[in-house]
Unconditional design. Structure first.
Ligand SMILES: C[S@@+](CC[C@H](N)C(=O)[O-])C[C@H]1O[C@@H](n2cnc3c(N)ncnc32)[C@H](O)[C@@H]1O
Length: 244
């Protein structure tokens, strides 16, 4: 169930109502939601709050802060992804089945590819749309088509994708390793929307799509989803399994 959307500024009432309607929830001004999960609309944009999250900051998608930093910080990751995609004479048409925070999709876009990104969570989809609308760099999103859908029921037929990319949530860590604050927030969002994935089953369905190449992101030590992997590109903590 989508939690209520809290707004504080009266001049945002109309927008709050419209966003709430799109999400299938109600827009309220009450402060009583402070101790409960809720969405928040302010002049800084749309955010999500969960009282049990480790981070006490509301979760929002912000492509402005750190947007110059994210590419530098992820330079190694970018090299691995580039290798996994392989050489190509023309820009690729990529189906990103697991949009998440669009971090990987942004790498594909900066490499010049066309990306259709699917996100099953309605809350995350709206947070992403809000983040994109507030991005100071709109050019980067020109070749992005962001869609609210479960990849397993998405019809790829007419689109002629070159690559399908799958980065499911990692299984909850058994021991100490805590997920990043952002991934923890995504888990909380999925919990609230009762979205439970079986990554292996999703993989099996997605692998049937008529696409030249499938790239799957896995933790370095995890088993591949299938023994039919054609090659692997490994970093320190992450591995890309490539299926042709
Ligand atoms: C680990 S995150 C992906 C992170 C993303 N690659 C990034 O760079 O920001 C997984 C995301 O994929 C979404 N997801 C998982 N399975 C999905 C499916 N079958 N269809 C659509 N979205 C899915 C989850 O809701 C979650 O937001």
């Amino acid at each position: 169930m989508i939690p209520p959307l809290v707004y504080t500024q009266i001049n945002q009432q109309e927008l709050a109502k419209e966003v709430a309607r799109n999400l299938g929830t109600t827009a309220i001004t009450s402060e009583q939601m402070i101790g409960q999960p809720h969405l928040n609309l302010s002049e800084d944009g749309l955010s999500f709050f969960h009282p049990e999250a480790r981070s006490k900051n509301k979760f929002k998608i912000d492509f402005n802060s750190g947007s110059t930093g994210w590419r530098i910080k992820r330079a190694d990751h970018e090299k691995l992804i580039k290798k996994a995609l392989g050489k190509s004479e023309h820009p690729l048409n990529i189906l990103d089945c697991t949009a998440g925070m669009l971090q990987d999709a942004l790498l594909f876009l900066t490499l010049g590819h066309q990306v259709t990104a699917l996100e099953q969570s309605e809350i995350l989809f709206h947070l992403l749309r809000d983040g994109i609308s507030r991005s100071k760099d709109q050019r980067i999103f020109e070749k992005l088509d962001l869609i609210h859908a479960n990849a397993c029921s998405y019809d790829v037929q007419a689109k002629n994708f070159d690559v399908i990319y799958f980065d499911p949530m990692y299984p909850p860590a058994k021991k100490k390793a805590l997920s990043s604050g952002q991934l923890e927030y995504i888990s909380k969002i999925l919990e609230i929307e009762s979205l439970k994935n079986n990554a292996i089953k999703d993989f099996e369905i997605l692998q049937l799509m008529p696409v030249r190449k499938m790239v799957v992101k896995r933790p370095i030590k995890a088993e591949p989803f299938s023994l039919q992997t054609n090659y692997q590109v490994s970093g320190k903590t992450t591995r890309f399994d490539v299926y042709l």
